[in-house]
Ligand binder design. Sequence first.
Ligand code: NAI
Length: 397
Amino acid sequence: MKVEMKLKGNVARAVNPYGCKQEVLNQINYVKEQGAYDGAKKVLVLGASSSYGLASRITAAFGSQADTIGVSFERGPKDETMLGTAGWYNNIFFREFAEKEGLIAKNFIGDAFSLEMKEQVISYIKESFGGKIDLLVYSLAAPKRTDYKTGVTYSSALKPVGQSVTGENINLEKEELFTQVVEAATEEEIEGTVKVMGGEDWEWWIELLKEAGCLADGFKTLLYSYIGPDVTHAFYHDGSLGVAKEQAEESSKRINETIKDINGQSLICVSKAVTTKASVVIPILPKYLICLYKVMLEENTHETPIMHKDRVFRTMLYGNEANYDERGRLRPDSWELSDATQEKVNELMSKLTADNFKTDLTAYSLFKKEFLNLNGFEVEGNTIDEVNVEELKAMKP
Ligand code: NAI
């Protein structure tokens, strides 16, 4: 059968597995073109199957020859109407490419928040991964989390805090700019978002790994956060997700205490806004992104997740160009947030209308292409759009 892109609002309902394969390969080739660097060699990535987590895994494996374990929540194919998720195929093809180079690439599919998953990964590290890891990347973006200590399930909500916000957003399915009112989060929604997207589960992973003796001397761990410019603060940095990320900073401080005796380092890495399945559903953010990308393209600083994470690992985490802020956070988002860039972005945003947002005034076409690429469509170098469901079913993560 032939695969075709289907959209429901800003959510993709179709996947081209071979486009995903080519996209993983394109990212690998990007890293290889930058050359080798000496970074972590035993890496655990939570949320490894797409965007920032996948990019982190690729730069670790193909830039620094790291063995990797990836944990993600993805679905495989069932029939012609349900071919599974892009992340399912990203995991499969990443493993194939890594194994070809003699690297370990173990995929765990399931709930990273659960105790079972933590236990499985720890057993695997002890029995088959050399016993210790030297880097843990926490890159989960999830709608729900069950706290296994209490059995309570929490949901995250991407909403402002204190007051509703009105702004314009982009519907990728209809290619329309529309006005959106986002109601303020309730106390329960804020609490839920903190539980899902804050740092508690990150702390639990580190505690269990430490107790099991699985953290190497000099171990590092990082969680990805976003701050963004003033125009996005109401619904992000000052919103429920921002509250959760603030909590993650507190977690990072506690983790630093936990791993002090092994010369460990825990970091919040404030990353650039990029096109991912998580970011395109953040209210109002897409409008900012099409303007930001236009300006950063002109300034020659536009980055996709692989470009951004490769730079973070190579020049900051394992290089000597790390830039920290007064709170000790790593700030690779400094290009996005430079005053000169933001001034131009603001000016562009003020000119945007329903009629002109798709024109060359903005980077709408790049934004849409990056979005399609996430599900294997319009990927440079891919020519296959015919799939055989039985063949797909035979592929295992
Ligand atoms: P994404 O949606 O592309 O990836 C999320 C990953 O989490 C996937 O691998 C998914 O399978 C996994 N996942 C979700 N629920 C899971 C569960 N219960 N168990 C195991 N795995 C699960 O998200 P994206 O955008 O790469 O975000 C990753 C992190 O980066 C998030 O913390 C986000 O806040 C942060 N970030 C994202 C930015 C952006 O512009 N996209 C900017 C700055 C930070």
